[in-house]
Design a protein around this ligand. Structure first.
Ligand code: UDP
Length: 377
């Protein structure tokens, strides 16, 4: 059987890379090819290099200032010749990006079965996050097989009348990627990491990332005000902030945080350097989905700069606290973690609800049994 794995952004690449490598071990059952849309270009390429993946198809469709209309149309149009050439039985997509949504439609038009990794996440508010919630709902509607990271995600799918037999709870593949990489990264620190290590000495580190559209504008201004107050009140604390390249993020961050001695504004880190940085950090403040899933495996408490979440498991497990973009709340919860050792220990020792690093094995096993079932009838 033929499998086409399609992705386009950095987080998708991180979460699909261990699956590509897993399917390679099953070459007797599957011919697997990778197609990247390159919705993110540089950030995608460094992940491919790290995981040793050379895509068979590269649509290379990132253009400056491209909007969702142009992007969606380009993905569907450029995927057609790929689907005509390879004729996959199964198209694998991931999560909630425009690539996932558009590739699902293209794969469906071409008669392939659609397999959705990280299926079933919902906020149930079609505008938050925009456009991710609609992307994942549409992908879920089109998909034939749903690989849910948690039982809560499976529940969401069941409520939408997805047949139980088509849903597998596997854990999140991001934990597979993390556990396969973390020791390697610690053993072979890059020159950048060595430099950061030297700069930071033994100081406690607060790591910050943020990129969501819903926080653009006032949200990022309030976040920056909070970080500024924390940095000025605690000169011994070092704040490391790899800033997303979107001008809507770069502008307020550079303007408000640009000249503060213990705030290090740096470019987005390559995945392997970011893992090192997460491991080095004491606390993480983020609006990222993937970081919320990864951090508990490294024992790091996370403050999440969002009001709604499609990842309630982390809130229930006590590994994250939602702080929104409320300046006072961000300051209060950061101070609580820095000043109250018991609270810090409690948050950092919780079980990670997102998996055990074996998600890709479970997915490949399911696909093998599916193929056996369909060839035996
Ligand atoms: N990440 C990275 N470099 C950075 C920041 C994050 O490689 O400077 C990784 C991180 O380990 C996680 C993923 O990128 O796996 C999260 O991506 P992002 O926050 O862009 O998207 P989301 O997870 O919110 O979809």
């Amino acid at each position: 059987k033929k499998i086409l794995i399609v992705f386009g952004t950095r987080p998708e690449a991180i979460k699909m890379a261990p699956l590509v490598n897993e399917f390679e071990k099953h070459a007797d059952s599957f011919e697997t090819r990778v197609c990247v849309t390159a919705q993110h270009r540089e950030m995608l390429d460094q992940v491919l290099t790290f995981f040793n993946i050379t895509p068979e198809y590269d649509l290379n469709l990132m253009k400056p200032g491209q909007d969702l209309f142009g992007l969606t149309a380009a993905i569907i149009n450029k995927l057609k010749p790929v689907l005509d050439d390879f004729k996959p039985d199964y198209v694998f997509v991931h999560g909630d990006t425009t690539t996932s949504m558009a590739a699902s439609i293209a794969g469906f038009y071409a008669g392939a079965k659609i397999c959705h990794i990280e299926a079933g996440l919902r906020t149930h508010n079609k505008y938050a996050p925009f456009p991710e919630e609609i992307n994942r709902q549409l992908t879920g509607r089109i998909a034939d097989y749903h690989f849910a990271p948690t039982t809560a995600a499976r529940e969401n799918l069941l409520k939408e009348n997805t047949p139980l037999k088509n849903i597998q709870v596997t854990g999140n593949t991001v934990i597979d990627a993390l556990l396969q990489s973390v020791e390697k990264v610690k053993k072979q620190p890059s020159p950048l990491v060595q430099q950061l290590n030297h700069q930071l000495q033994d100081a406690p580190v607060l790591l910050v990332t943020g990129h969501r559209r819903e926080n653009h504008g006032d949200g990022f201004i309030r976040i920056c005000e909070a970080l500024k107050t924390i940095a000025l009140e605690r000169p011994a604390l070092q704040i490391v902030y790899p800033v997303h390249l979107n001008p809507k993020v770069l502008e307020p961050v550079n303007r408000i945080l640009g000249n503060i001695a213990n705030i290090h504004l740096i470019e987005p880190l390559a995945y392997h350097d970011f893992i090192w940085m997460m491991d080095r950090a004491k606390i993480i403040i983020t609006d990222s989905g993937g970081v919320q899933e990864e951090a508990p495996s490294l024992g790091k408490p996370v403050l999440v700069m969002r009001d709604t979440t499609e990842r309630p498991e982390a809130v229930y497990a006590g590994t994250v606290i939602l702080v929104g973009t409320n300046t006072q709340k961000i300051i209060k919860e950061t101070n609580a973690l820095l000043d109250n050792q018991q609270h810090f220990n409690d948050m950092s020792s919780r079980h990670n609800p997102y998996g055990d690093g074996k998600a890709c094995k479970r997915i490949a096993e399911f696909m093998r049994s599916l193929v056996l079932e369909t060839t035996n009838v």
